[in-house]
Design a protein around this ligand. Structure first.
Ligand SMILES: [Mg+2]
Length: 279
């Protein structure tokens, strides 16, 4: 049976603790973006996607591409928790010869494609979805993108191609936290007209609270929103979500917490877990 929203919220709080521990102990990582996308990843991997962790190459699996490779720590934590590899592997993060690089690499079980050179993931996902159509497969393809990433024009080329080929087996998701490494997206390169752009390319667009498990699971399960059109979800999020002093601060895009900050963050997340266990 699929886990309840409350169970998914507990999982997400645990993922936040795990990714912060990786970043703290490994002395590097994408803190703000991993925290903002944690709920989306948990909803996909624990509720929505049809996958087999013990058989990562199962031909009929749903596909996922983390186009915004700049939140790989949360991705690794989710894959491990879902059973693709042992939790102890996460402890190697940040050490020499660790299989876990600073951006996604497809040598890690469960990861389809290398990413993190921004702007490429939607093209890869479009190819996977087109292959699925040509092969008469019923799998779905999910691509998670950043909002800062939408400064990359290549995403719009992929959006046009996906619309042209009527890839209604493709779902694009934007982690719309309104921040990128150097500041507010609307000050750096305005993308508030994103809905119009995707609709102009033939996509069906919906919006949701990217931290609400009820909304995320409902909307992610809905695809395709319209037959013959790829689906696009604008998931409104908070960069650094879950840790008060990390939220909404671009400086935490790639900042490592001090020992004191790490302890404070763990205490906040432990309190959240206690709340979730007692409500
Ligand atoms: Mg962002």
């Amino acid at each position: 049976m699929a886990p309840s929203s409350r169970e998914l919220e507990r999982l997400a709080a645990g993922i936040r603790k795990r990714l912060l521990t990786m970043i703290y102990k490994g002395s590097g990582g994408h803190t703000g973006g991993s925290l903002s996308s944690a709920d989306i990843l948990v909803a996909l991997y624990f509720h929505v996607m049809n996958i087999r962790p013990d058989d990562p190459a199962w031909p009929d699996r749903d596909r996922f591409v983390l186009s915004k490779g700049h939140s790989v720590e949360g991705y690794y934590a989710v894959l491990s928790k879902r059973g693709f590899f042992d939790d102890s592997v996460l402890d190697s993060y940040g050490t020499f010869n660790s299989p876990l690089a600073g951006h996604p690499v497809n040598k890690v079980p469960g990861i389809e494609v290398n990413s993190g050179a921004l702007g490429h993931g939607l093209s890869v996902g479009t190819g996977m979805a087109l292959a699925g159509k040509r092969d008469n497969k019923s799998y779905r393809v999910y691509v998670l993108m950043g909002d800062g990433e939408h400064g990359e024009g290549s995403l719009m080329e992929a959006a046009a191609a996906a619309g042209h080929y009527k890839l209604d087996n493709l779902t694009g998701i934007i982690d719309r936290n309104k921040l990128q490494i150097s500041g507010y997206t609307e000050e750096i390169l305005r993308i508030d007209d994103l809905r119009m752009k995707y609709e102009a390319c033939g996509w069906a667009v919906r919006e949701c609270d990217g931290h609400s498990m009820e909304e995320l699971t409902a909307i992610l399960k809905q695809g395709p929103f319209e037959k013959g059109r790829p689906s696009f979800i604008i998931a409104h999020t908070t960069k650094g979500k879950g840790v008060s002093f990390i939220e909404n601060d671009a400086a935490w895009h790639h900042r490592v917490p001090s020992e004191e900050q790490y302890k404070l963050a763990m205490a906040e997340l432990n309190r959240k877990l206690e709340e979730l266990n007692h409500d």
